[in-house]
Design a protein. Structure first.
Length: 336
């Protein structure tokens, strides 16, 4: 398939986390001719039952191109106009998958070997695929991770500190609130405290931010609630220790803060003359660690439309990304 047809075919396969199986099978089908034509290998690297990473390589890779197969909900199919391809995952990150495959094809046709393609599961939730890949490195010296950065090199990426905030109370008839204890009231007070926390700022990465992502609780409008729960996510710009203490103080006596996930902020390298940017989002790079080599972060598309009902990717940026990946691989191999 050509670049745009492949992007649309990938978008049209529903693969919201953790349902990546069908897109993984499709990628294996698409990569098989490329592997066979250029004496490569193709592997399904098991992560969990029915979930696997896809790894194609031609020789022991010096450089691996990698991004993720999963998307956020809700799923919606592709469409295109003269300038953009639209649909869930078009920029985050199925268009990137297509550009990496096309870049690999051009590299192989020009005689370049010792490259790899690694497509992982679970980036949108907990980096399960990258964590599994980190336990099974293949000797790569560099990994180019694809996320929508508008084809700019990200020299830094914020981390994540995620909590479940749980409040408990005692049920009672709402006509007699003094006989109960409202978990919802406690949760609201805890969330107010969390929103009032001082948030750190970093000279490179900018400010930490807090998002209250979900709230649920209660039984009925005429029942004092005995349980309430919220999920919050903090974008980290430095060490999490101080924020952990602030979260504990904010909810003390009101609710329990259960830490779910912590991914550190990272600082990354620039590359050649490519323009730079800061990624306010989190990626698989911390989960990979150094197992797959020195990381770079770049890809087509804007993060501002990812995770929205207007997700799309510029066709021009897709074409440009192919050239960028080819140039990066050649330059990195030449540096060894």
């Amino acid at each position: 398939m050509d670049l745009f047809r492949l992007t649309r075919a990938l978008v049209d396969i529903e693969s919201t986390t953790p349902n990546e199986g069908r897109v993984g099978e499709f990628l294996c089908e698409q990569l098989t001719p490329l592997v066979q034509s250029f004496a490569g290998t193709l592997e399904r690297l098991q992560v969990e039952p029915a979930r696997f990473n896809v790894f194609a390589s031609w020789g022991n890779p010096d450089v691996t191109l990698s991004t993720h197969m999963d998307t956020v909900p809700p799923f919606f199919v592709s469409r295109e106009d003269g300038e953009h391809i639209h649909g869930r995952g078009s920029c985050d990150a199925k268009g990137i998958i297509a550009t990496m495959i096309e870049a690999a094809r051009l590299l192989l046709e020009s005689g370049v070997r010792r490259i790899g393609l690694l497509f992982v599961v679970g980036e949108e939730r907990n980096s399960a695929g990258a964590l599994a890949a980190a336990k099974n490195p293949r000797g790569a010296r560099y990994i180019i991770c694809g996320e929508p950065t508008e084809n700019k090199i990200a020299v830094g990426s914020k981390g994540v500190l995620r909590y479940e905030i749980v409040a408990n109370g005692r049920m009672a008839h709402s006509a007699y609130p003094e006989l109960g204890e409202s978990a919802i009231d406690k949760l609201i007070d805890a969330l107010v405290g969390l929103r009032g926390m001082p948030m750190p700022n970093d000279e490179l990465l900018g400010p930490s931010t807090l998002n209250i992502g979900t709230i649920e609780g209660g039984r009925a409008p005429n029942v004092i609630s005995d349980h309430a729960r919220a999920e919050i996510l903090i974008r980290l710009v430095n060490d999490a220790a101080n924020l952990r203490e602030s979260v504990a103080r904010a909810v003390a006596g009101l609710a329990e803060a259960r830490e779910v996930l912590c991914i550190p902020a990272v600082r990354l390298g620039a590359f050649d003359r490519l323009p730079t940017t800061i990624a306010a989002f989190t990626t698989d790079i911390p989960a990979f660690g150094k197992a797959w080599g020195t990381p770079y972060l770049i890809g087509p598309g804007s993060i501002h439309v990812a995770h929205t009902e207007h997700e799309s990717v510029s066709k021009r940026q897709l074409r440009d990304a192919v050239d960028i990946y080819v140039r990066m691989v050649k330059r990195l191999q030449a540096s060894l």
